[in-house]
Design a protein around this ligand. Structure first.
Ligand code: SAM
Ligand code: DTB
Ligand code: SF4
Length: 351
């Protein structure tokens, strides 16, 4: 079993309220931009939450429409039976979870789901496969058809399929793919305590292949796996120092799933998620920051704080890939009650 205990370097950073040089809220804390140093990100992490939120909000309104959230719908197009050992994942064949391996979905079924997502207001549709890597052949050809079909509906198309090589990335781009999701999940130092069947560098290599093919990069991570504050800072720093930084950054809170090594992890304090989102917003001003897995356990007030901190997308639909998400009606009610609009379709449907 993989380690689920806190990493050895889990000493907390200076408690926010006692940060020795708390900045005035009007002072930009990372003047100069990327590349960011370890110390710069640590200093952000150690700031009291309210000035941090002030700064994140300033960065947000300077770079994005103020009251707009993108709805993105997820669909698992090939569920379970994955050969990787990611210790958070219910789809790994190494763990006995209640996810049963399923055959890959037909293109028509996927497109029916994408049509429904569009009717409900989603402008992005992300298809996930529980694969270690893409293999050339009929399954990949089917994914390419799915991408063409989703683009034909006028939606942004994203896939998350595990590792891809340069040629596969180029073929995805040719099919019209907008974005590839491939999370770094945690810091380079902590990676081996979470995943052993591949390396952090494997992750970065796929991100480089995606970027090279002209596909936008969606990459983020997970908190609540027993990582240290330092790991969280380093994860965000790695993302922000990618050149260019990712266009899309999902911040997930672990959904602990029975049977996985991380099943017993306690829930995070929602303020930790707010802090991560605020720092992501400050370090990556132009990125769409996605309030991702783990929203089901958050109150409306905590979700609003995440949106205030700079999140401008949520996963919309009653399921993430295999685990439950907030309901569509609760999400629409939240957005309505606080007067937030959703992003209008950006792409003209192809006929
Ligand atoms: N197999 C592909 C891969 O690993 O890149 C794509 C699918 S994978 C399920 C997509 C992402 O979902 C992972 O990188 C991880 O960040 C996130 N994820 C998976 N299980 C999770 C969980 N239990 N809680 C939070 N996030 C999770
Ligand atoms: C991401 O960062 N989070 C989403 C999406 N990208 C693909 C997936 C969350 C999966 C949560 C566990 C599950 O439902 O299986
Ligand atoms: Fe497989 Fe992706 Fe789950 Fe890891 S996160 S076990 S690669 S499906």
């Amino acid at each position: 079993m993989l380690a689920s205990a806190p990493a050895p370097h889990a000493a907390p950073l200076a408690p926010a309220a006692q940060a020795p040089h708390a900045l005035a809220s009007s002072e930009p804390s990372v003047a100069g931009g990327a590349p960011f140093t370890r110390e710069q990100v640590r200093a952000l992490y150690a700031r009291p939450l309210l000035p941090l939120l002030d700064e994140a909000r300033r960065v947000h309104v300077a770079n994005h429409p103020d009251n707009e959230v993108q709805l993105c719908t997820l669909l698992s197009v090939k569920t379970g039976g994955c050969s990787e050992d990611c210790s958070y994942c219910p789809q790994s064949s190494k763990y006995d979870t209640n996810v049963e391996p399923e055959k890959m979905l037909d293109v028509e079924k996927v497109l029916a789901s994408a049509r429904r997502a569009k009717e409900l207001g989603s402008t992005r549709f992300c298809m996930g496969a529980a694969w270690r890597e893409v293999k050339d052949g009929p399954a990949f050809e089917r994914v390419l058809d799915m991408v063409r079909g989703v683009k034909g509906l006028g939606l942004e198309a994203c896939v998350t399929l595990g590792m891809v090589d340069a040629n596969q990335a180029a073929r995805l781009r040719e099919a019209g793919l907008d974005a590839y999701n491939h999370n770094i999940d945690t810091s380079a130092e902590n990676y081996r305590s979470i995943v052993r069947t591949r390396t952090f560098d494997d992750r970065l290599r796929t991100l480089a292949n995606v970027r090279e093919a002209g596909i936008t990069v969606c990459s983020g991570g997970i908190i609540g796996m027993g990582e240290s504050d330092e790991d969280r800072c380093e994860m965000l720093r790695t993302l922000a120092n990618l050149t260019p930084p990712p266009e899309s950054v999902p911040i997930n809170a672990l959904v602990p799933v029975e049977g996985t090594p991380l099943a017993g992890r306690p829930p995070i304090d929602p303020f930790e998620l707010v802090r991560m989102i605020a720092i992501a917003r400050i370090l990556m001003p132009k990125a769409r920051v996605r309030l991702s897995a783990g929203r089901e356990g958050l109150t409306r007030e905590a979700q609003l704080l995440c949106l205030l901190a700079g999140a401008n997308s949520i996963f919309f639909g009653e399921k993430l890939l295999t685990t439950p998400n907030s309901t569509e009606s609760d999400d629409l009610a939240l957005l309505r009650d606080v007067g937030l609009g959703t992003l209008a379709p950006a792409v003209t449907p192809q006929t």
